[in-house]
Design a protein around this ligand. Structure first.
Ligand SMILES: Cc1ncc(COP(=O)(O)O)c(C=O)c1O
Ligand SMILES: N[C@@H](CCCC[NH3+])C(=O)O
Length: 472
């Protein structure tokens, strides 16, 4: 649904540099998407560099200012899993952020970007020896331990390397938050972290203190992703601070840092409202300040790891429309959960209606989120002004799956047709980073736009790239 009167672009979901021209076509950072498509082809991810930098700065300064008020320093790590490339790692670092990596591959990108090891963190619930060794060789600022066995594994790797490894312990606070079960990470029954309630978190912290090869920086908690209600962060912060206090009472060591993780939600469709960095930071600082005062502890240095909130809304995926097919839909739900939800969204009407299936030249290979999480997006024709009347549409990809849906339900101009350019906003996070080659579709490029110019920062894959892996 457009949700915005007339031609306007909803600023919650479009990159800051997006605007509609006289002819109805959309430009981002002064670059006409028609010329970008002509030069670079579709599908393509189009990333507004200034918007990325602005968002990175907004999260950093919001947290720095809010925590300065309670006397705490702040480090903001950009969570590279959302989208990492050499250019983006450089921009984030230039804007004063560090880089959070989750694998050796992400670490390699950050290092290639010239980010100093001390400004990089390494996560992972199943780090390989090679990843641990590489992180230590790079002198990373911290390795976040995710299990009891990792305490010994990282200590032994540090001994081999002849270094003292700076570590944090990732804990689960029992706070359940996030946009989908698959992306909620602090409840107990999942693979990440060590349970506070079950005692394993405290056990791991003691184990770290017993290993001279490890320097215990602090405690880490990440409660989930696409969180739109900030209260979970406050509850988690209080639980971590209680754990920190308990460790101090027992061992005399009051750890100096606490990481509150990422997960700050964005608006995906018009009408949704993203978490505001300033309000979120102030609420977190209040919770940390109050809890430390109650416990009688000094405030720790705070870190956060936003990914989606920095990169998600900076990017649109640009597609070319192919087949347009009206399908008469029997409004009655079939009984499965998704159909029941569709029926609700469809106004629970049992009346048959026509849905226009608009096929584009990408799909679940460039955006897995609708298929994986039932994620919602919007779409707009960006190459011209469409008819004033609209048709109820579903944007689908070109893959051999009926679940290959890009936008579940959207009003598009009734004259939408083959050759139109269609843009889907808010695809910067977990779009390219979770893209696949399903059906041997080469992954799209990432084209950065800035000051009227477009620059490819990740090139399009080619069939030759794919065939180069096939040894016959
Ligand atoms: C440990 C950790 N930090 C940071 C993030 C970034 O999350 P988001 O992109 O939702 O901010 C994630 C992913 O959810 C994560 O697992
Ligand atoms: N990939 C997920 C988020 C996972 C976050 C990583 N812990 C998404 O697209 O929403």
């Amino acid at each position: 649904m457009s949700g915005v009167p007339g031609d306007a672009l909803d600023p919650q979901v479009w990159p800051a540099g997006a605007e509609v021209g006289e002819d109805g076509a959309v430009r981002i950072a002064g670059v006409d998407l028609r010329s970008l498509a002509a030069e670079h082809g579709t599908p393509a991810y189009v990333l507004d560099e200034a918007d990325f930098r602005r968002r990175a700065r907004a999260w950093r300064t919001a947290f720095e200012e809010a925590f300065a008020a309670i006397g705490a320093g702040v480090d903001v790590y950009y969570a590279g899993k959302a989208f990492l490339s050499v250019a983006v790692a450089r921009w984030a670092h230039e804007e004063g952020l560090r880089i959070d990596t989750a694998t050796g591959g992400e670490l390699a990108v950050a290092l290639r970007a010239g980010v100093p090891g001390e400004d990089i963190g390494l996560h992972g619930n199943n780090k390989s020896d090679a990843e641990i060794d590489r992180a230590l060789a790079a002198g990373v600022g911290r390795i976040v331990l995710d299990s009891l066995v990792e305490v010994d594994r990282v200590a032994e790797a540090a001994a081999r390397a002849g270094v003292r490894a700076p570590v944090m312990v990732r804990v689960t606070t029992g706070v359940h938050a996030g946009g989908h079960e698959y992306i909620s990470t602090a409840h107990e029954d999942q693979k990440f972290g060590l349970s506070v309630a079950g005692g394993q978190a405290l056990e791991a912290l003691r184990a770290v203190l017993a290993r001279p090869e490890l320097e215990l920086l602090g405690i880490h908690s990440h409660i989930g992703s696409q969180i739109l209600d900030p209260s979970g962060f406050e509850v988690a912060a209080r639980r971590i601070l209680e754990l920190r206090s308990a460790l101090a009472r027992e061992t005399g060591v009051l750890v100096s840092e606490v990481d509150l993780g990422g997960g700050y939600g964005v608006a995906y469709v018009p009408g949704e409202v993203a978490l505001d960095p300033v309000e979120t930071a102030r609420a977190a600082a209040r919770a940390v300040g109050d809890e430390c005062a109650r416990l009688g502890d000094a405030v720790p240095r705070i870190s956060i790891e936003p990914g989606r909130a920095v990169v998600g809304p900076t990017t649109v995926t640009l597609y070319t429309v192919g087949t347009v097919k009206p399908v008469t839909v029997d409004g009655a739900p079939t009984g499965d959960a998704r159909d029941a939800r569709d029926a609700r969204d469809d106004g629970a009407s049992a009346e048959p209606f026509v849905r226009t299936y608009v096929s584009v030249d990408g799909g679940m290979s460039d955006n897995l989120r609708p298929a994986l999480y039932g994620a919602r997006y919007s779409a707009r024709v960006v190459s011209r002004r469409g008819a004033a009347t609209t048709v109820r549409s579903r944007v689908v990809g070109k893959h051999c799956e009926s679940g290959d849906v890009v936008v579940h339900d959207v009003e598009l101009p009734s004259d939408v047709r083959a050759g139109d350019l269609l843009a889907v906003p808010v695809t910067g996070a977990y779009g390219r980073s979770m893209a696949s080659n399903y059906n041997h579709v080469p992954r799209p490029p990432v084209v950065a736009v800035r000051d009227g110019a477009a620059r490819v920062v990740v090139r399009r894959e080619t069939e030759d790239d794919l065939l180069a892996l096939d040894l016959g």
